[in-house]
Design a protein around this ligand. Structure first.
Ligand code: OMP
Length: 213
């Protein structure tokens, strides 16, 4: 694990973005942990988060022309990450986001920001079963652009529809890599190193035996 990954997990726990307990997921699965990216809700938190996404993108080596932050949660993520790419890595990356409802006046349409064209890097929070990310692919398809890759904060390493992980299915179906700041493996390594987290590790391991890959 790299320093930025360890710091990211520490920071997520400190901000209660990452919590342990019992949570019902979008997929209907009952999970012993939940990652709520919406709780990175201050300027400093967003700045740190943007730097972690920027580091993960650098690390992934994905080549792209524009970043897409899908509404709603992806919008601040794309903005914060583009700022970090500019300030930390000297890269001036264009970004675009969608509206959930098309605007009929003014500039109209349902895309805001740079043109959605060429190779698109999607930025999102979490992939569990892969439902949310598939909806985003339609936006890219309708614009006539091509998916270049996706970067998320946490890869929960769970099953998709079949025996592959949800992320492997997305990678296969859309022919693009999915990178993450951290994965469940990283989280378990961190909890093991930290100590005193045996109950959480046990609950996550049991969940993994059922839904993990
Ligand atoms: P899938 O559509 O099943 O891949 O679930 C991904 C979505 O679930 C994310 O975009 C989140 O809205 C939400 N989610 C989290 O935010 N954090 C989690 O730890 C788990 C989920 C989830 O419901 O699976």
């Amino acid at each position: 694990m790299q320093d930025y990954q360890r710091e990211f997990i520490e920071f997520a726990i400190e901000k209660e973005v990452l919590r342990f307990g019992e949570f019902t997921l979008k997929s209907g699965r009952t999970s012993p942990y939940f990652f709520n990216a919406g709780l990175f809700n201050t300027g400093e938190a967003l700045a740190r988060l943007g730097k972690c996404y920027a580091a993960a993108i650098q690390q992934s080596g994905i080549e792209y022309d524009v970043m897409l932050g899908p509404a709603y949660k992806g919008i601040p993520l794309a903005a914060a990450t583009c700022v970090a790419l500019a300030t930390e890595f000297g890269q001036d990356v264009p970004y675009v986001f969608n509206r959930k409802e098309a605007k009929t006046h003014g500039e109209g349409g349902n895309l805001v920001g740079a043109p959605l064209a060429g190779r698109v890097l999607i930025i999102d929070d979490v992939i569990t079963a892969g439902t949310a990310i598939r909806e985003v692919m339609d936006i890219i398809d309708q614009a006539g652009a091509t998916p270049a890759g996706t970067v998320i904060a946490l890869n929960r390493q769970e099953k998709g529809k079949g025996e592959l992980s949800a992320i492997q299915e997305v990678e296969r179906d859309y022919n693009m890599p999915v990178a993450s700041i951290v994965s469940l493996n990283d989280l378990l390594t961190y909890l093991g190193e930290k100590g005193g987290m045996d109950a959480q590790i046990e609950a996550i391991s049991a969940y993994r035996a059922k839904y993990g890959i």
